[in-house]
Design a protein around this ligand. Sequence first.
Ligand code: CA
Length: 491
Amino acid sequence: MTRKWNRRRFLKATAGGIVGAFTMGPAGVAAGRKKAPNLVFVFPDQMRGQALGFMKEDPVITPNLDRFASEGLVLTNAVSNYPVCSPFRAMFMTGKFPHSNGVLSNCNSNSAPYDCELRQSDRCWSDVLKDRGYSLGYIGKWHLDSPYKPYVPCENNRGKMAWNEWCPPKRRHGFDFWHAYGTYDYHLTPMYWTTDSTRETPIKIKQWGPEHEADLAGEYIRNTGGKYRDPDKPFALVVSMNPPHTPYHLVPQKYVDMYEGKSVEDLVNRANVDLSANSPGGKIARKSIKNYFAMVTGVDDQFGRILNTLKVEGLEEDTIVVFTSDHGNCIGSHNHATKNVHYEESMRVPFIIRWPGRIRPRHDDLLMSTPDIYPTLLDLMGHGADVPRSVQGVSRAPLFLTGKGRRPRSQLYMWAPVGQPAWGRRGVRTKRYTFVISKIPDKAVETTLHDNVKDRYQLRNIATDKPEVVAELTKELEKWLRKNDDPWLKS
Ligand code: CA
């Protein structure tokens, strides 16, 4: 079947707004399926790709993810291309890189003068599903709106920077059920705006955020009282948990107790964390690694509850479930506290997708990039022809379904200072190397090259030893930057 034939037939089949006419897709991927699949997309905040028990890297307890991974496709090389909150979230929602979607920094009062927020005019994957007859729910952290004065009165809007902002219904990109907030890191007393809340009337909950959100996800999936979604429509639900983000101590004790008797030396097994007394990274790891892992275990526990609800409701077969994160966490590696750097702990994220009977359980080292998520999901769900031409990500649906398909050579890495889109760090990550060039006004250009095979903890910069690799990867980087129309090339 040709793509043209598929597209014509699809348009004809859906002309009357018929949902679930799954006869199309670039690879005929959804052909023959009668029922429109649901989507449950769960992504905690700051959960690194190493923090999965079955990967045998961090000594972390994740029984639900271990089981889920055995039932799904695990991408062992998935990254967050700009590993910090809002840029990831905007790439996920729009399928475009930051220079194309305008979210070049975290959304807060510092970046607000540069219109750093998700554009209402962008056509997100959720807008497409809305138009194709889906019910859509969003639970948890959104972080895609610029705060404006007078700032919402809440704890994280009272410091030097304001962060939290309400998302008005017109900016929700099709999500008709809403229980979310911009940013708010008080995990034991989280706040939310509900579907009908005004900006002035958020609610606060006395419950650990992920637990509350898993409760609510359960209600949404069960559609308790018929009040969460249209029972006659397929649904897409996003659950965006804030833990394992800072502050790490805001975690139920029962999860900390699961690591009882473990010393910091037992828990930190990465050679790039210097645990000596005066090392900045060592101090961070000593203070927080146990609570970070406890939070990961708590997220795992709550994710398990969501999976169980799908099972009890008989929706496992008809629901695509994705588990990933917006970026990772150094928590002491390379003396770095958190994220927004090129290191593996910051860039690499979990990515597990399960669709029983359709996606064969396995591991794959595909170099998945964040903007690929949008076209891949829509393609899997039978709406590949609806992906706007402006989307820069590439559908990996054929590869997910058959193991065969286009594989990229590299992934882009980037960071730009607030209001300076032509500056900052740009790089590429391949299966072998991580390569980064840093350009900051009035500073010397810095080049970094790590051999991630010979030096898995990225302890050595070999840029001066390997000029031929630097030259090759510079060309590869320039390809990405030209594609993204990135002004960094000329700075
Ligand atoms: Ca984040």
